[in-house]
Design a protein around this ligand. Structure first.
Ligand SMILES: Nc1ncnc2c1ncn2[C@@H]1O[C@H](COP(=O)(O)OP(=O)(O)O)[C@@H](O)[C@H]1O
Ligand SMILES: [Mg+2]
Length: 247
């Protein structure tokens, strides 16, 4: 058993279940009753054009929206209406899109701060686990995060999220702005993360990338789930492919 699998053994295997989720910005009714689930160890894609509500879905799940209705559960724990802190402690880790890590701090300091959020395991052991999963960060531990490449920064953000020992990881457009070679490397990392038992919900405009990673997908359109199903079925649906710009 390698470090990562040992780490996974301490994680609760729980599924994320979202039922009838509505979200509002003031009078704007953005999410109109989403229902979705992510099982432990599963990679699920949340697809949709720009503005369809992917980021809002994540923000609503982790308690960052001013107003929501509906139910969000992790296993048998209700998360709706709870604080962002409580939701994170319960095991939902959110990796926002396009945000840099703490640039003035080293990679190791970024990882240490993430680890302090969840100190059930020793830092040395948690770092070993995470460096098994992201070996590219090993030689960068003493590098300032601000000088990392886009791909390395994305890996650091995912590593920081993983250090909180989540049951579910929400990845918002992880491939945004990355070169194709880095994107395919990232794909392998996300696959490996899922083998540790964490459930991954990945929001993407890059449907090709998401189709290559996921077993199931939800297609969002204007705050509704327009279609959901296995990636095999969805990728045979010409209408959906052209909607997603893959036609
Ligand atoms: N802070 C905000 N205030 C009002 N409306 C917003 C705000 N952020 C996003 N929206 C609107 O919510 C909708 C969904 O946006 P978003 O969840 O960011 O979509 P996606 O992540 O799929 O591109 C869009 O119509 C967008 O204009
Ligand atoms: Mg977005």
């Amino acid at each position: 058993m390698n470090h990562a699998t040992a780490h996974a053994a301490t994680r609760l295997s729980t599924s994320l279940q979202v039922d009838g989720l509505h979200a509002f910005y003031g009078r704007s009714h953005i999410l109109q009753g989403l229902t979705l689930c992510v099982e432990a160890g599963e990679v699920v894609a949340l697809l949709g054009r720009n503005g369809s509500g992917k980021t809002t879905t994540f923000r609503a799940i982790v308690g960052l929206m001013p107003r929501t209705e509906g139910s969000v559960r992790l296993g048998d724990r209700a998360l709706s209406g709870k604080s962002t802190h409580y939701i994170a402690r319960s095991g939902v880790a959110y990796v926002p899109s396009g945000r840099r890590s703490f640039g003035q701090m080293t990679v190791k300091e970024n990882l240490r701060i993430a680890h302090e959020e969840h100190s059930k395991t020793r830092l040395s052991r948690a770092l070993n686990d995470v460096l098994d999963l992201f070996p590219a960060l090993h030689s960068k531990l003493n590098t300032r995060a601000g000088v990392l490449s886009g791909g390395e920064n994305q890996m650091l953000k995912m590593a920081c999220a993983f250090l909180t020992n989540p049951s579910v990881l929400l990845l918002d457009e992880p491939t945004e702005g990355l070169a194709p070679l880095v994107v395919s490397e990232l794909k392998e990392h996300i696959r490996t993360l899922a083998t540790t038992g964490v459930g991954i919900l990945i929001a993407e405009q890059n449907a090709r990338f998401a189709f290559g990673l996921s077993q199931r997908a939800y297609v969002l359109n204007k705050g509704f789930i327009q279609l959901s199903g296995s990636v095999d079925d969805l990728s045979a649906n010409e209408q959906i492919l052209s909607h997603l710009g893959l036609g």
